[in-house]
Structure formats: structure tokens, C-alpha cells
Design a protein around this ligand. Structure first.
Ligand code: ZN
Length: 258
């Protein structure tokens, strides 16, 4: 059974809660592994979608989606559903239409203008979530723990890398868990930190010969890269640059200390 707060957790993620409700949910997240997991899943999907290079969607697909959206929009207006937000449902037609479509094309649709806002927001959100989720069958295998001695060994069994895992709660960066991700052809590790109300994902993968990208911001998400030992790291978050780089520094120091 879903936790009764799971809807508010989703709203919290979407930035739809006022300050006092946000605070309530933050407290709730502290004691509800189910909602914490849900939030991590959402953050995870959002982070991954930010990293998918965007390519223009094929015209035929775009037109097809436009037509369906218009139809959905008309239907929604006609029947004024009970729920304020029109939920968009996956149906066999869509499954067929999208089974062969690259995630990048789907994500690129976010930039397609002239969609009606309420339907398209939900549609694109669900599309993106479902599409990306489908590309990562193992993404639900999560380890929720604030203990580095639990998270670190978990990576050994689930990923190809053994990243630095440390809790920096004293410095305001609380370890909340880990995750396995398929990144660049390998099972990479993601260490997840909470900093205030922000989640910071620290991706780690086997270093390649290519140069790391320079630090960048994509759709409001800062990404900072570094190399330590035989691993490449990238910390991703919507927290400030200063706060993100402070965690990077802590992790580098930790790596040097062995
Ligand atoms: Zn809950």
C-alpha cells in the first residue's frame, strides 16, 4: 500500500507545496522510507532525463502527439474531470507508438511549443518518467541507508565500481542512500545526499580516457565533475554551486585519505 503522504511527496517534488506543507513533508520523509524512496526515484528520473542529449523528435511523431493531445484536451474540456489535474494514461496505442522511439526524441518534446499546458505537462512528465524508467530495468533496486558501512558493500554487489561513500552530516550533507545506474555502458554507482531540502546525486563510474566535461548547468541542475583514482564522478543538484562544490571538496579529501 502506498503511504497516504505519497501524493504530497509528489507535490513536494514538483515544488507545489507552500512552506509549511513542505516542512511537514520534509519531517515525514525523515521517518518514511516509502516516501523517501519515491522522492529518490523522482529525483533519479529527473537527473537522468537532464543528461539525455536532446535531438529533435521526428516530425511524424510530433504531429501524432499533437493530434492526440488536442483530442485529449477536447475530451478533458468536455467532461471536466473530478480531478483538477488531467491524468494522462498509458494505453496500447501509445505503447505501440513509442516502443521504438529513442528516449532522447521523447525528451526533446519538452521543448515542443504549442501544447496545451495542463495536459501536456502531465503527459510529458509521465512520458519521460515511463520512458526513462523502461530503459533502466534495475533502477528500483535501491539501498536506503544513512550508514556508509551498509551502502558501500551494497555497491560491491550491484555495480562495477566502488565509490567513496561517507556521511558528512556534520557539514550539512547527510548520506541517505545509494543506487545502481546504467551509465555509459557500465553499472555505475550513485551516492545520494540530502542537503537542506536539496538532493544531491553523486554519480561514479570507471574513468575513461576521454576528458571530463567542464562544470555545467542543465535545466536548473548544476553538474560538477572530477576524477579520483580510477573513477570519474559527477555531482548533480539544484542546490547552489557553492554548496555543490563544497560536497565535491569533502569527497575529494575523503578519497585522498583512502
Ligand atoms: Zn510516507
Amino acid at each position: 500500500m502506498d503511504c497516504p503522504e505519497s501524493l504530497r511527496t509528489q507535490a513536494y517534488f514538483d515544488g507545489e507545496l507552500d512552506a509549511s506543507s513542505s516542512l511537514e513533508i520534509e519531517r515525514h520523509l525523515g521517518r518514511c522510507p516509502s516516501c523517501r524512496g519515491r522522492l529518490q526515484d523522482l529525483e533519479h528520473v529527473r537527473t537522468m532525463t537532464r543528461q539525455i542529449p536532446s535531438e529533435p523528435a521526428p516530425t511524424a511523431l510530433r504531429e501524432q502527439i499533437d493530434r492526440i493531445l488536442e483530442r485529449e484536451d477536447r475530451a478533458a474540456r468536455a467532461s471536466r474531470s473530478v480531478s483538477e489535474r488531467t491524468r494522462w494514461r498509458w494505453n496500447p496505442f501509445w505503447t505501440g507508438a513509442f516502443s521504438g522511439v529513442a528516449a532522447s526524441a521523447v525528451v526533446a518534446l519538452i521543448a515542443v511549443p504549442a501544447m496545451s499546458p495542463s495536459v501536456s505537462d502531465t503527459l510529458l512528465h509521465d512520458l519521460t518518467v515511463d520512458q526513462v524508467r523502461s530503459l533502466m530495468p534495475s533502477h528500483l533496486i535501491d539501498v536506503v541507508s544513512t550508514d556508509q558501512h551498509t551502502v558501500k558493500p551494497w555497491f560491491a554487489g550491484h555495480t562495477d565500481v566502488s565509490p567513496v561513500v561517507a556521511d558528512f552530516e556534520r557539514d550539512g550533507y547527510r548520506l541517505i542512500g545509494g543506487r545502481a545506474d546504467y551509465l555509459g555502458g557500465q553499472r555505475s554507482a550513485v551516492v545520494v545526499y540530502q542537503h537542506g531540502r536539496h538532493v544531491i546525486n553523486v554519480f561514479a563510474w570507471l574513468a575513461s580516457k576521454t576528458l571530463l566535461p567542464t562544470d555545467t548547468t542543465r535545466s536548473g541542475y548544476h553538474m560538477t565533475f572530477w576524477r579520483a583514482g580510477d573513477l570519474d564522478y559527477c555531482a548533480v543538484s539544484d542546490t547552489s554551486w557553492q554548496e555543490l562544490r563544497a560536497l565535491k571538496q569533502l569527497l575529494r579529501t575523503s578519497a585522498q585519505a583512502g
